[in-house]
Design a protein around this ligand. Sequence first.
Ligand code: MRU
Length: 355
Amino acid sequence: MKIDGKPYRSIWLNENGWSVHIFDQRELPWQLKIVELTSAQHAAIAIKDMWTRGAPLLAMTGAYGLALALREDPSDENLKAAYDMLVATRPTAVNLKWALDEMMKVIEPLTPIDRAAAAYEKAGKLCDEDVETNRAIGEAGLGIIRELHRKNPGKTVNILTHCNAGWLATVDYGTATSPIYRAHDEGIPVHVWVDETRPRNQGALLTGYELQQHGVPHTLIVDNAGGLLMQRAQVDMVITGVDRVTRNGDACNKVGTYLKALAAHDNDVPFFVAMPFTTYDPVMEAGSDVPIEERDATEVTHIDGLGPDGKLTRVQLTKSPGGNLAFDITPAKYVTGYVTEHGVLSQPGLVARAG
Ligand code: MRU
């Protein structure tokens, strides 16, 4: 990804070889603030308070969090305490636990003195793999966009997305946005309907920022507008990211995704879920079993924006109490296909591939 023409990843190791850089995504798009994580506790706060977010990226932050913990104290006790702390930060996306477990497989058998170096090496490898995976997702999804364009060569392909499943949610490329960037770079005329994604507005703030940086035409819409656009045949496909796909193909993603899938179904609009296999939960049978994160109600009752003084300001929207379920479940029957690093798969295809 490039920000103002300069290439970045969303997480990277500092030149000192041990501390870790991320963007404070709470400040985007207003300012590009780079934060240095120096301890496992620091990484846990960054995940929980959403300085960093998106299923694949919070997994990588967790992996580096474990490395930071071992640098301080590589004992069995500290390893377990850091794992427990990090895995509890955000419950819904399965990627975080997956990454921590991958780290543990490498680290646990080692003698304490060898653990930190191995942890840094493994976390770096997981990041590189995430980049390659997302590139492959882009390739698979590009085929879908090419086909839509082939059917209507003179027309722009209109794509609706929810939340942010872009490079800011991964190490690079993004999942749902990866095919969009590929199509745009290939010269296919694409336009993205960006759901604002209340309450935290990841669409308005982050997806909009990414698309702007990449020069992809897009329009911000309120979360409830997608249905009308679909009825008016102004959406050719929907593609979203996902935080956990269960064995039966149910897709748990940012709250509001389900309603887009229902509208897409009612209007014969294909609905795709972009997912790396790190988001597949081979153990959980159905979406109803996924732990749904409930976040602070103030995210609903208040809103952040740029004040007239140019400073990030919080205002209160209401005097009513809020409720804040952060994710919902889209049943598999509404998913046209899962866009993975191994191609566009059906639900049986997912199960077969996962083994
Ligand atoms: O609460 P967030 O911002 O972490 O939620 C992000 C999403 O729901 C994304 O769509 C999902 O994590 C997939 S990111 C590639």
